[in-house]
Design a protein around this ligand. Structure first.
Ligand SMILES: CC(C)(COP(=O)(O)OP(=O)(O)OC[C@H]1O[C@@H](n2cnc3c(N)ncnc32)[C@H](O)[C@@H]1OP(=O)(O)O)[C@@H](O)C(=O)NCCC(=O)NCCS
Length: 187
Protein backbone atom coordinates (compact mmCIF):
# COMPACT_ATOMS: atom_id res chain seq x y z
CA UNK A 1 0.00 0.00 0.00
CA UNK A 2 1.32 3.45 -0.84
CA UNK A 3 1.57 5.79 2.12
CA UNK A 4 -0.53 8.92 2.22
CA UNK A 5 2.09 11.37 3.38
CA UNK A 6 4.62 10.54 0.70
CA UNK A 7 2.18 10.38 -2.19
CA UNK A 8 2.82 13.99 -3.07
CA UNK A 9 6.62 13.80 -3.06
CA UNK A 10 7.77 15.74 -6.14
CA UNK A 11 9.24 13.62 -8.93
CA UNK A 12 12.99 13.30 -8.37
CA UNK A 13 15.73 13.09 -10.99
CA UNK A 14 17.39 9.65 -10.90
CA UNK A 15 20.68 8.19 -12.15
CA UNK A 16 21.61 4.65 -13.12
CA UNK A 17 24.84 3.19 -14.48
CA UNK A 18 24.00 4.28 -18.04
CA UNK A 19 20.93 6.48 -17.76
CA UNK A 20 19.47 9.68 -16.40
CA UNK A 21 15.79 9.81 -15.54
CA UNK A 22 14.74 13.43 -15.68
CA UNK A 23 11.35 14.71 -14.51
CA UNK A 24 9.30 15.55 -17.61
CA UNK A 25 9.34 19.16 -18.84
CA UNK A 26 7.01 20.61 -21.46
CA UNK A 27 10.04 21.47 -23.60
CA UNK A 28 10.91 17.75 -23.94
CA UNK A 29 8.20 17.41 -26.60
CA UNK A 30 10.44 18.67 -29.40
CA UNK A 31 13.00 15.92 -28.77
CA UNK A 32 10.54 13.18 -27.81
CA UNK A 33 8.41 13.51 -30.95
CA UNK A 34 11.25 11.75 -32.78
CA UNK A 35 11.65 9.03 -30.12
CA UNK A 36 7.90 8.33 -30.25
CA UNK A 37 7.71 8.48 -34.03
CA UNK A 38 7.58 4.79 -34.99
CA UNK A 39 4.18 3.13 -35.43
CA UNK A 40 5.73 -0.15 -34.18
CA UNK A 41 5.85 1.28 -30.64
CA UNK A 42 2.05 1.14 -30.40
CA UNK A 43 1.55 -2.44 -31.54
CA UNK A 44 0.44 -3.68 -28.12
CA UNK A 45 -0.71 -0.50 -26.43
CA UNK A 46 -2.76 1.10 -29.18
CA UNK A 47 -2.35 4.66 -30.34
CA UNK A 48 -0.26 6.26 -33.05
CA UNK A 49 2.85 8.45 -33.11
CA UNK A 50 1.91 11.90 -31.79
CA UNK A 51 2.43 15.06 -33.80
CA UNK A 52 4.45 17.81 -32.12
CA UNK A 53 1.35 19.87 -31.18
CA UNK A 54 -0.29 16.73 -29.75
CA UNK A 55 2.79 15.89 -27.71
CA UNK A 56 3.11 19.48 -26.49
CA UNK A 57 -0.49 19.34 -25.30
CA UNK A 58 0.08 15.95 -23.64
CA UNK A 59 3.19 17.15 -21.84
CA UNK A 60 1.46 20.37 -20.76
CA UNK A 61 -1.21 18.25 -19.08
CA UNK A 62 1.24 15.72 -17.64
CA UNK A 63 3.52 18.37 -16.13
CA UNK A 64 0.57 20.06 -14.40
CA UNK A 65 -0.33 16.68 -12.90
CA UNK A 66 -3.50 14.85 -12.05
CA UNK A 67 -6.61 16.85 -11.21
CA UNK A 68 -7.67 13.94 -8.97
CA UNK A 69 -6.37 14.70 -5.45
CA UNK A 70 -6.22 10.96 -4.71
CA UNK A 71 -3.60 10.20 -7.35
CA UNK A 72 -0.20 11.59 -8.32
CA UNK A 73 1.55 11.33 -11.66
CA UNK A 74 5.30 10.89 -12.01
CA UNK A 75 6.76 11.17 -15.51
CA UNK A 76 10.42 10.82 -16.43
CA UNK A 77 12.25 11.21 -19.71
CA UNK A 78 14.89 8.48 -20.01
CA UNK A 79 18.23 9.73 -21.37
CA UNK A 80 21.55 8.13 -22.00
CA UNK A 81 24.11 9.73 -19.73
CA UNK A 82 25.60 11.16 -22.90
CA UNK A 83 22.41 13.20 -23.21
CA UNK A 84 20.01 11.97 -25.88
CA UNK A 85 16.43 11.05 -24.94
CA UNK A 86 15.58 7.39 -25.62
CA UNK A 87 12.19 6.90 -23.95
CA UNK A 88 10.11 7.47 -20.86
CA UNK A 89 8.90 5.76 -17.71
CA UNK A 90 5.88 6.81 -15.71
CA UNK A 91 3.91 6.00 -12.59
CA UNK A 92 0.42 6.83 -11.34
CA UNK A 93 0.41 6.55 -7.56
CA UNK A 94 -2.65 6.16 -5.37
CA UNK A 95 -3.02 5.05 -1.76
CA UNK A 96 -3.48 1.53 -3.10
CA UNK A 97 -0.55 1.11 -5.52
CA UNK A 98 1.69 2.59 -8.17
CA UNK A 99 0.77 1.73 -11.77
CA UNK A 100 3.86 1.92 -13.94
CA UNK A 101 4.64 1.92 -17.67
CA UNK A 102 7.77 2.04 -19.80
CA UNK A 103 8.69 2.84 -23.39
CA UNK A 104 12.04 2.79 -25.12
CA UNK A 105 12.34 4.10 -28.70
CA UNK A 106 12.96 1.57 -31.45
CA UNK A 107 16.60 2.50 -32.01
CA UNK A 108 17.58 1.98 -28.36
CA UNK A 109 15.65 -1.25 -27.74
CA UNK A 110 17.23 -4.56 -26.83
CA UNK A 111 20.03 -3.05 -24.72
CA UNK A 112 18.45 -3.49 -21.29
CA UNK A 113 17.46 0.17 -20.97
CA UNK A 114 13.80 -0.49 -20.12
CA UNK A 115 14.71 -2.72 -17.22
CA UNK A 116 17.42 -0.34 -15.99
CA UNK A 117 15.12 2.69 -16.11
CA UNK A 118 12.16 0.88 -14.58
CA UNK A 119 14.32 -0.50 -11.76
CA UNK A 120 15.39 3.04 -10.85
CA UNK A 121 11.79 4.27 -10.94
CA UNK A 122 10.55 1.41 -8.78
CA UNK A 123 13.39 1.86 -6.30
CA UNK A 124 12.43 5.50 -5.94
CA UNK A 125 8.73 4.68 -5.57
CA UNK A 126 9.63 2.18 -2.85
CA UNK A 127 11.69 4.84 -1.06
CA UNK A 128 8.54 7.00 -1.10
CA UNK A 129 6.55 4.26 0.61
CA UNK A 130 4.89 2.71 -2.45
CA UNK A 131 4.72 -0.93 -1.42
CA UNK A 132 2.67 -2.34 -4.28
CA UNK A 133 3.57 -1.72 -7.93
CA UNK A 134 1.48 -2.87 -10.90
CA UNK A 135 2.13 -3.11 -14.63
CA UNK A 136 -0.57 -3.69 -17.25
CA UNK A 137 0.81 -5.78 -20.10
CA UNK A 138 -0.79 -7.10 -23.29
CA UNK A 139 -0.76 -10.92 -23.11
CA UNK A 140 1.27 -11.20 -26.35
CA UNK A 141 3.82 -8.52 -25.46
CA UNK A 142 6.87 -10.68 -24.76
CA UNK A 143 9.38 -7.83 -24.43
CA UNK A 144 7.34 -5.98 -21.81
CA UNK A 145 6.66 -9.20 -19.94
CA UNK A 146 10.39 -9.95 -19.88
CA UNK A 147 11.04 -6.49 -18.47
CA UNK A 148 8.49 -7.13 -15.72
CA UNK A 149 9.79 -10.62 -14.95
CA UNK A 150 13.35 -9.34 -14.77
CA UNK A 151 12.26 -6.79 -12.17
CA UNK A 152 10.57 -9.43 -10.04
CA UNK A 153 6.96 -8.82 -11.04
CA UNK A 154 4.60 -11.80 -11.04
CA UNK A 155 1.40 -12.21 -12.98
CA UNK A 156 -1.61 -11.67 -10.72
CA UNK A 157 -3.76 -13.85 -12.97
CA UNK A 158 -6.14 -10.91 -13.39
CA UNK A 159 -6.88 -8.81 -16.46
CA UNK A 160 -7.88 -5.15 -16.59
CA UNK A 161 -10.80 -3.73 -18.59
CA UNK A 162 -8.56 -3.40 -21.67
CA UNK A 163 -7.74 -7.11 -21.63
CA UNK A 164 -4.21 -6.55 -20.35
CA UNK A 165 -2.64 -8.82 -17.76
CA UNK A 166 -2.00 -7.19 -14.40
CA UNK A 167 1.49 -7.89 -13.07
CA UNK A 168 2.36 -7.02 -9.49
CA UNK A 169 5.47 -6.42 -7.43
CA UNK A 170 5.60 -5.98 -3.67
CA UNK A 171 8.50 -3.70 -2.83
CA UNK A 172 8.30 -4.31 0.92
CA UNK A 173 6.14 -6.07 3.44
CA UNK A 174 3.23 -3.95 4.72
CA UNK A 175 4.25 -4.81 8.28
CA UNK A 176 7.67 -3.24 7.84
CA UNK A 177 7.82 0.00 9.74
CA UNK A 178 9.62 2.11 7.16
CA UNK A 179 9.74 5.89 7.42
CA UNK A 180 7.22 7.76 5.34
CA UNK A 181 10.05 9.07 3.16
CA UNK A 182 13.80 9.30 3.76
CA UNK A 183 14.20 12.45 5.79
CA UNK A 184 17.04 14.87 5.00
CA UNK A 185 17.52 15.40 8.76
CA UNK A 186 18.16 11.71 9.47
CA UNK A 187 21.81 10.70 9.89
C1 LIG B 1 8.76 -3.11 -23.88
C2 LIG B 1 9.96 -2.24 -24.15
C3 LIG B 1 9.92 -1.03 -23.21
C4 LIG B 1 11.24 -3.03 -23.88
O1 LIG B 1 12.34 -2.13 -23.99
P1 LIG B 1 13.86 -2.64 -24.12
O2 LIG B 1 14.75 -1.54 -23.64
O3 LIG B 1 14.09 -3.15 -25.49
O4 LIG B 1 13.86 -3.83 -23.08
P2 LIG B 1 15.19 -4.49 -22.46
O5 LIG B 1 16.32 -4.33 -23.42
O6 LIG B 1 15.32 -3.97 -21.06
O7 LIG B 1 14.81 -6.03 -22.47
C5 LIG B 1 14.12 -6.65 -21.42
C6 LIG B 1 13.88 -8.08 -21.79
O8 LIG B 1 12.98 -8.16 -22.92
C7 LIG B 1 13.57 -8.96 -23.93
N1 LIG B 1 13.16 -8.41 -25.21
C8 LIG B 1 13.38 -7.16 -25.67
N2 LIG B 1 12.82 -7.02 -26.87
C9 LIG B 1 12.22 -8.20 -27.17
C10 LIG B 1 11.45 -8.67 -28.26
N3 LIG B 1 11.16 -7.88 -29.30
N4 LIG B 1 11.00 -9.94 -28.21
C11 LIG B 1 11.25 -10.74 -27.15
N5 LIG B 1 11.96 -10.34 -26.07
C12 LIG B 1 12.43 -9.09 -26.09
C13 LIG B 1 15.05 -8.84 -23.70
O9 LIG B 1 15.75 -9.93 -24.27
C14 LIG B 1 15.11 -8.84 -22.21
O10 LIG B 1 14.88 -10.14 -21.73
P3 LIG B 1 16.03 -10.96 -20.98
O11 LIG B 1 16.44 -10.14 -19.82
O12 LIG B 1 15.34 -12.21 -20.61
O13 LIG B 1 17.10 -11.11 -21.99
C15 LIG B 1 9.99 -1.75 -25.62
O14 LIG B 1 9.84 -2.87 -26.47
C16 LIG B 1 8.92 -0.72 -25.93
O15 LIG B 1 9.07 0.45 -25.61
N6 LIG B 1 7.83 -1.12 -26.57
C17 LIG B 1 6.79 -0.17 -26.96
C18 LIG B 1 6.07 0.47 -25.78
C19 LIG B 1 5.41 -0.56 -24.94
O16 LIG B 1 4.75 -1.45 -25.46
N7 LIG B 1 5.59 -0.43 -23.61
C20 LIG B 1 5.07 -1.40 -22.68
C21 LIG B 1 3.75 -1.01 -22.14
S1 LIG B 1 3.27 -2.21 -20.92
Amino acid sequence: MAMLGSMHTPTAGLKTARLLLEPLRRSDAAEMVGVLGSADLYRYTGGTPPTLPELERRYAIQTVGSTNPDEVWHNWIVRRRSGGAIGFVQATVTKEAGDVAWLIGIEAQGAGYAREAAAAMIGWLASCGVGQVRAHIHPDHVASRRVAEGLGFASSGMRDDDGEDIWTLTTRRPSENLPDHPSPTRP
